[in-house]
Design a protein around this ligand. Structure first.
Ligand code: ADP
Length: 259
């Protein structure tokens, strides 16, 4: 439902890419990358042509999540072909360096790399490019928000107060730079014991919905803490593709439909 990003001001569009959507979080470890991968796969399952850009230069996790290894090829020596798995195109700085090599880069290098991953990659044709942003409100987020015509941003948070405070900062950042916030997702919303079915609200519950209402943005839904989500992601086949019949996969498809 997002309006196509318009190449206005200093924002140059990506030709052949209709929508660019950022998945953001205020804090690390709330499940933003897991959510971005599953949302991208859910959009693909709904019939869209989807790309996934791992904009987390310091902590790229999409190669592992999407089960992709190897190096992208550049047939003309100028532009890279994205890697591909589970029917979607993926690009990450993680394809260029070994998994245990740190990117010891200052802001301008990060912004340069991000611009290249976005503009010097053969993404087209795509209906949606999902961008997994690093946590917080730093250089990478500003580069994306100011130089790229984002159709909108989705914010992922756990229900914990400390995560919600930072999620609100993210929301305010996107508002400041006129990027529409498409909604908030509550991840790790609750836990159901697989043995007895008892439900525990480990990080509390419902805070993201309250924050969405307070901030006047959509609440897109909640995803519980579940070992299957962690295991399938670690195995390179996120739950939307490894278990499309599961309620979690249905929840991701439902959110993808509402974005
Ligand atoms: P972030 O991108 O916010 O740093 P990740 O997506 O890397 O977070 O998730 C952090 C860890 O939590 C990963 O090990 C991931 O597999 C796990 N995780 C994320 N969401 C869930 C969930 N709903 N249930 C179980 N584990 C999850």
């Amino acid at each position: 439902h997002a309006a196509p990003g318009q190449p206005t001001g200093g924002k140059q569009g990506l030709s052949g890419v209709t929508h660019i959507i950022a998945v953001a979080s205020g804090k690390g470890g709330v499940g933003k990358s897991t959510t971005a991968a599953n949302l991208a796969l859910a959009m693909s399952a709904l019939g869209h042509k989807v790309g996934l850009l791992d904009a987390d230069i310091y902590g790229p996790s999409q190669p592992r999540l999407m089960g992709i290894s190897g190096k992208p090829q550049s047939p003309d020596g100028k532009r890279l072909n994205p890697m591909e798995n589970h029917g979607i195109k993926v690009m990450s700085i993680g394809f260029m360096v070994a998994e245990d090599t740190p990117m010891i880069w200052r802001g301008p290098m990060v912004m340069g790399a991000l611009t290249q991953l976005l503009r010097d990659v053969n993404w087209a044709p795509l209906d949606v490019l999902v961008c997994d942003l690093p946590p917080g409100t730093g250089d990478a987020q500003l580069t994306m928000a100011q130089n790229v015509p984002l159709s909108g941003a989705v914010i992922v948070s756990t229900p914990q107060d400390i995560a919600l405070i930072d999620a609100k900062k993210g929301l305010n950042m996107f508002r400041k730079v006129d990027v529409p916030v498409l909604g908030i997702i509550e991840n790790m919303s609750y836990f159901c014991c697989p043995n007895c079915g008892h439900r525990s609200e480990i990080f509390a519950h419902g805070g993201a919905q309250r924050e969405a209402e307070r901030g006047g943005v959509d609440f897109l839904g909640e995803i519980p803490l579940d070992i299957a989500i962690r295991e399938t992601s670690d195995g390179g086949r996120p739950i939307v593709v490894s278990d499309p019949q599961s309620p979690h996969a249905a929840a991701y498809r439902d959110m993808a439909q509402r974005i």
